[in-house]
Design a protein around this ligand. Sequence first.
Ligand code: ADP
Length: 545
Amino acid sequence: MTSKIFHSTVLVAVLVLLCSLVTVMGVLYRHFTGVQVEQLKDELSLAVTGTEQYGNAFLENVEADRFRITWIDTDGTVLFDTQADQNTMENHADREEIREALGTGFGSAVRISSTLMEQTYYEACRLYDGTVLRVSANGESAWSLMLGMLGPVILIAVLAIGISAFLARRKANKIVEPLNTLDLERPLANDTYEELFPLLRRINRQHLQIESHMRKLQRKSDEFAQITSHMQEGLVVLDKQSNIRSINAAAIGIFRTDDDCVGSSFFRLNHSNALRQALNDALDRGHGTAMLEQEGRVYRFDMSGIRSNGNLLGAVILAVDVTQAHSGEQMRREFSANVSHELKTPLQGIIGSAELLESGMVNPEDELRFVGHIRKEASRLVNLIEDIIRLSQLDEGVDMPTEQVDMLELAEDVKLLLKNDAAEKNVDIKVSGDGFSLLGVRRLLHEIVYNLCDNAIKYNVPGGTVSIHAEGNCLRVQDTGIGIPDAHKERIFERFYRVDKSHSKASGGTGLGLSIVKHASAYHKAKILLESTPGKGTTVTIRFP
Ligand code: ADP
């Protein structure tokens, strides 16, 4: 802007200067020409008077150093000339001023020299005898006048341009200075040119609008950050080059990264082909999914392409932890397979024994043994079906009626129920402790104590003991049996898991007892503690909250 003001000012100054010079020169030129013509006319009238009175004698003696006097006959022949020999001069009849004078009595003309630098003024008058007297003088042409003044004109022009440039710069800086110091943050607080106020008011209005938009955007962005930071699902927003634009806390946890990953490629977080393929599907076709196992957890990634007016902007990735559902699904599959297998085995035993009895191939003394086998397998089947029903009830998580249960009393009941089994195995069973009572589901608490005691007898040794101790908030079942090797301790609470399958089956085990204990304890928010040494015995403690 400063240079624009500067250039315009200098240009105006130069134009004004040029116009002034041309005008002054024109006026001067006209003035000098007028003076010269007047002088010439005066000289002519003197010369006419002299020539009419004294003829050639006047002309020969006249002092004509500044003027040239020529006397021309009526036919154009030069009769006398003060500067040349009249005999060598050509006929003047066709000269403009002569023709005019011959015709009207007076004539005048101006002729420019071939170099344009000089011009000659002619004034002619017809004498009483018809001849013509002409006076002429040389003067500078306008062109030569201009050339003559060129030096001073250039000097003045340079000076004028210099001064106007200097003044223009100062003025331009002075005009622009208040504009440069404008406070655009607070437009209305400026003390500046009045003409700027409509603009400043507009800027102020726009400021207010922008501030309000910014506040709204900030609020929305804060809300978004709040929502996404508290989400349990991982959320990642990518641009179309698959670079991370935003990532929430959950996703940072899933990929074991930090905030610095924003701006870098998503594939730096995970190189898996499944994710790459899903992202390609999302970008190309709008949606893609992938399952990924990360640090022992299973995640499902749902990816969607983001488009606006048909243009691809990027993708959004939602990562959901499906570990539970995944393992639940897997457990259900395994459970169904196990149940079918566990049901089939006793049934096959029953059918086999029944077929043998039917065929009559069994010796009468063995018949009782076969019938006993059928009864044993059938009761194992019943046990199994009962255990499955209990477990599925626990799986469904239905609310069951609770009541105050005395755990010492419960232990005594179980002892009574298992008395025969214990005696059969030559195992001594006793109950001890001050006892305690709790608000719980009697049936489930009974299952816990029964299954733990049943195992303590089943996996005991002849002459061994089982002690049930109820005190404080703990129920402890201790045996002196075969114990459980460390490698199996983690898994014995899984459904159908047995350390020794044949031992379990021989003693009528279903492989579901400890699963029921686990679920029934969880239902009461109780913790299970297992201590076992192979060859020495096992202690299971159930600690109620
Ligand atoms: P099962 O019907 O086979 O007894 P459980 O679920 O009750 O099934 O127990 C799972 C496995 O844990 C058993 O097969 C057995 O190998 C082991 N087990 C359970 N309790 C004891 C114990 N007190 N002593 C030794 N092993 C045990």
